[in-house]
Ligand binder design. Structure first.
Ligand code: CP3
Length: 349
């Protein structure tokens, strides 16, 4: 229908294509979550996985921050680990511990037994959430779909949960490289299908989260991970902006960029201008306020926000974001003030 076509592209999509925008668009990683009272009210009645698997509830959570904060994009409410549940590894979100995988994949014999993930039947509920959100969102607010990148997803499957040193993951990578390749290829193939399913259902940009990739040496990233992330990005429906994010990536930025993405997500451990130079000024960047800054009142974090905007110098292609997810203890009013601050400081006549 013609009336569904916005007269101009939403600012966030313009920025992802490095086009001039009326102000610097902002969305916030983990903008849907426990820091928000509306979310906690829903969570009091449903487990996290129940929320993810009930499209009407997941759509409601996706929309909450758009209404409450005035951010320039919605991010799908889901989780990077939903894709591995169909492998039969026993996924659970245990209270206070984060994700737990009860039957981790540690060696070649276990990898050999894995069968490909049937994305449409196993993850159809996510596509239904995307359709519901897209119907409810104003045309000027794009919906960002997402998935975990192969390394970060594999790290949970192999370790069985969050990890500090990633010893089991690196052991598999180095000692059983064929099993590693098979595992990452299987995840990469499913991930491309999963993101394309989100795009077909109405996601207008997608983000790949390689949250823990900073644990790798540059050589290991290039040899064992980059080809798989690249395969995901090359397998995506053309024309949809891809945001490629990791943390602790200061030493990996050129390689991350080589793996692909229209926008590279930077964490706060690099200066935004130095990070932008490292990835190349022919791609966009997203970032990069330390999420801890939002625990303090706006008068305290304003200088950090101005510093990031000064480093971006108003060049097309900057999406304002945090360097990682909003922390649960963050006051909602601080988050709302941040969104307003970025819009006011960057409004162009
Ligand atoms: O607003 C959004 O950004 C969308 C929601 C979203 C969630 N998970 C919901 C969630 C997104 C984008 C994710 C991605 C995700 N999940 C990542 C990559 C992003 C990142 O932060 O690095 C990772 C590593 C995961 C795995 C995961 N899921 C972890 C480590 C945890 C525990 C987090 C914690 O702080 O306890 C989860 C659970 C999770 N995913 C929650 C939410 C809102 C909290 C669950 C709850 O309500 O108890």
């Amino acid at each position: 229908m013609l009336t569904d076509v916005p007269p101009v592209e939403p600012p966030l999509l313009l920025a992802a294509r490095r086009q001039p925008t009326p102000f610097t668009p902002v969305w916030l990683m983990r903008q849907a979550g426990r820091y928000m009272p509306e979310y906690r009210a829903l969570r009091a009645r449903h487990s996290f996985l129940e929320l993810c698997k009930t499209p009407s509830a997941a759509a409601e959570v996706t929309l909450q921050p758009v209404e409450r904060l005035g951010v320039d994009a919605a991010i799908l409410f889901a989780d990077i680990l939903l894709i591995v549940e169909p492998l039969g590894v026993g996924l659970e979100f245990a209270k206070g511990e984060g994700p737990v995988i009860h039957r981790p994949i540690r060696g070649a014999a276990e990898v050999a037994r894995l069968t490909p993930i049937d994305v449409p039947s196993a993850l159809g509920f996510v596509f239904e959430t995307v359709r519901l959100v897209r119907q409810a969102l104003p045309v000027g607010v794009p919906l960002i779909g997402f998935a975990g990148a192969p390394f970060t997803v594999a790290s949970y499957v192999v370790e069985g949960g969050p990890s500090r040193d990633f010893t089991a993951t690196k052991r598999l990578m180095h000692e059983e490289p064929e099993a590693w390749t098979r595992l990452l290829s299987l995840i990469a193939h499913a991930t491309a299908g999963y993101l394309n399913g989100q795009i077909a259902a109405g996601a207008q940009a997608v983000q790949l989260f390689d949250s823990w990739v900073g644990a790798l040496s540059p050589d290991d990233y290039r040899d064992f991970v980059l080809p798989h992330t690249r395969a995901v990005i090359r397998g995506l429906t053309p024309g949809v902006p891809v945001i490629h994010f990791g943390t602790g990536t200061a030493g990996l930025l050129p390689s991350l960029r080589a793996a692909g993405g229209d926008v590279i997500g930077l964490d706060w451990r690099v200066d935004l201008d130095a990070g932008w130079r490292a990835v190349g000024e022919d791609v966009g960047v997203q970032g990069n306020l330390d999420p801890v800054a939002l625990l303090s009142p706006p008068a305290r974090f304003e200088s950090a926000v101005r510093n990031i905007l000064d480093r971006a110098r108003g060049r097309p292609g900057h999406i304002f974001n945090l360097g990682h997810g909003i922390l649960p203890a963050t006051p909602v009013e601080h988050v709302k003030a941040l969104v307003e601050m970025v819009h006011e400081l960057t409004a162009r006549p």
